[in-house]
Design a protein around this ligand. Sequence first.
Ligand code: ADE
Length: 240
Amino acid sequence: MNFHVMTLFPDMVRAGLSESIIGRAAEKGLLSVEAYNIRDFAFNKHNKVDDYTYGGGAGMLMQAEPVYRCYEDILRRIAVRRNKEDVSGVRVVYMTPQGKLFDQDIASEFAKEEDLILLCGHYEGIDERVLEEIVTDSVSVGDYVLTGGEIPAMAVVDAVSRLVPGVLHNGDSSETESFSDGLLEYPQYSRPEVWHDRKVPSVLLSGDHAAVDRWRHEQALLRTKERRPDLYEAYCLKHD
Ligand code: ADE
């Protein structure tokens, strides 16, 4: 899986994704994350990529042409790697609070792609015309406004990467945890058995695997009902 992030702050993206599980997966060649500086595709001598908005109003807008040139450069690289001229099907994900709310289902869908281009906005946004021309998916990471799309893009790369085969060592740990079956994950405990007078639930020490599974499922249901009634309702509808 190859991620291509179009941004004005490539170092931010590289720093955020070069360590831990994603960094190790990249070192192993299971995935790649390339950050492209849109400023490198400016077409004026000052490397300016923003301008005032037509119609007035506060703030600056990212111009269409540098974004488009950056996109073309990424497509060219993908075409070379694939040894194919037509790479028109590559998805371009624009990070915006106006997008579809990112969730585990979208992450699973993106994980099927060989290449994914992520576009990060800044300032007051990006000229609509280039968005119309290249964007296939608009994604939001929540109903709040961040200063740019870099942190959302990193969240998407992280959530998608851990679904790529081999990235998580334990083959099924991305299956059992929160959201994979529509429920939040049950609580977990490690040593010691008693900490600050709090005991590990005795069923977990019983060695009775069926009882442990039952308890965990109950806890997942209770927790989801209490913390995410929306998910609980959807789960109940699906499972009668
Ligand atoms: N850019 C700014 N805020 C954002 C958000 N909530 N989701 C995605 N991209 C964004």
